[in-house]
Write a protein that binds this ligand. Structure first.
Ligand SMILES: NC(=O)c1ccc[n+]([C@@H]2O[C@H](COP(=O)([O-])OP(=O)(O)OC[C@H]3O[C@@H](n4cnc5c(N)ncnc54)[C@H](OP(=O)(O)O)[C@@H]3O)[C@@H](O)[C@H]2O)c1
Length: 314
């Protein structure tokens, strides 16, 4: 089977894809209206971009899903696309490709907060003073959303001597030994570091709200590498200002980026990074291997990995 793949990924990635054993025809689609490729392509390989985001509220185009057999999202989250994207015969995602990198970011945030080396830095004799340092071993990392990223965070945290609690949507056992699965509120209440690693869906909109944040320890550190929409940001700022939460590390916000002058940019208890935790360029090879392997499965008539559940939204 020789497939026509319409790809929004960069030319180098597409050149490598042309060398796949199934000898696909790979066409580059303009970012302006990638859905137009549904007229001629079997597979649409997409990444979140401004044109998809602008279409989020727009009605489904008449041509959709057209000739498409398969839509492949390079991102794990499918929330940056319009809902009608999922109305295709098969939609899969790049789950797991960046999980290691994001887990490393989370661990770096945890150490940064716990050890506060910047705060302890001595630049003159007058600054020579002892301050208490926090701990990572013996602390509790609470993970909300226990998928590819959450599990990588858990493995690292356990290896460093931390306790790990987690919550997930489905009533299934933990795939990582040593992790205690608990209801959301108990994870929040137990944690020194609260890690948000769940998808943006109808169910998770503002899931981490004032009521949930009220359960946190006043010394807790919240880390959001998921999506801004899962966290009530106003409630976060209130909790930090009132001393009901100690610090937040945010890689994602709602909206993204925040408008100029937004208090989160300069809040002394928030460290904001510009949605970089996935270390996008560093994981390109992993994405290529995953797409390539999925393509092989597809041409053999087998299901590719990580099929998106349209009803659940991830
Ligand atoms: N910052 C970045 O650059 C970046 C990069 C990649 C991904 N992300 C975001 O991070 C999210 C997680 O990524 P992932 O790869 O770990 O995804 P994943 O493998 O799909 O895991 C998602 C986890 O969230 C859980 N979940 C879903 N709905 C929930 C709910 N209502 N309450 C509690 N848990 C819920 C799922 O539960 P079950 O296990 O029971 O299904 C699963 O454990 C993505 O959806 C994306 O939005 C951000």
């Amino acid at each position: 089977m020789s497939l026509i793949i319409a790809s929004q990924l960069e030319p180098g990635f597409n050149d490598n894809l042309r060398r796949h054993a199934s000898a696909p025809t790979v066409i580059e689609v303009p970012d302006a209206a990638p859905w137009d490729a549904a007229r001629q392509a079997d597979v649409l390989l997409i990444r979140p971009g401004p044109s998809w985001k602008a279409q989020r509220q727009a009605p489904k185009p008449d041509l959709w899903p057209g000739k498409l057999k398969w839509v492949y999202s390079a991102s794990t989250g499918v929330d940056f696309y319009p809902d009608w994207l999922l109305d295709a015969p098969l939609v899969t995602c790049g789950r797991g490709v960046a999980a290691d990198e994001i887990a490393d970011y989370v661990l770096s945030a945890i150490y940064h907060h716990a050890k506060n080396l910047e705060g302890a830095r001595v630049r003159s004799l007058s600054e020579w003073r002892q301050i208490p340092l926090g701990r990572v071993s013996g602390s509790t990392v609470g993970i909300i959303g226990f998928g590819a990223i959450g599990q990588e965070v858990a493995r690292r945290a356990l290896a460093l001597g931390a306790h790990v609690t987690a919550t997930r949507r489905r009533a299934e056992a933990s795939p990582v030994a040593g992790v205690r699965l608990l209801p959301l509120e108990e994870v929040v209440a137990s944690a020194d570091h609260i890690v948000l690693a769940l998808p943006a869906t109808r169910d998770t909109q503002n899931l981490i709200n004032a009521r949930v944040l009220n359960r946190a320890k006043p010394t807790a550190h919240l880390i959001n590498i998921a999506r801004g929409s899962v966290l009530d940001q106003a409630a976060l700022v209130e909790a930090l200002d009132a001393g009901r939460l100690a610090f937040a590390t945010l890689d994602v916000t709602e909206p993204e980026p925040l408008p100029e002058g937004h208090p989160i940019y300069t809040h002394p208890k928030i460290r904001l990074t510009p949605h970089i935790s996935s270390n996008y360029l560093a994981v390109r090879e992993r994405l290529f291997d995953k797409v390539s392997d999925d393509l092989s499965r597809f041409v053999r008539g087998e299901a590719p990995s990580d099929i998106v559940d349209a009803a659940a939204g991830y």
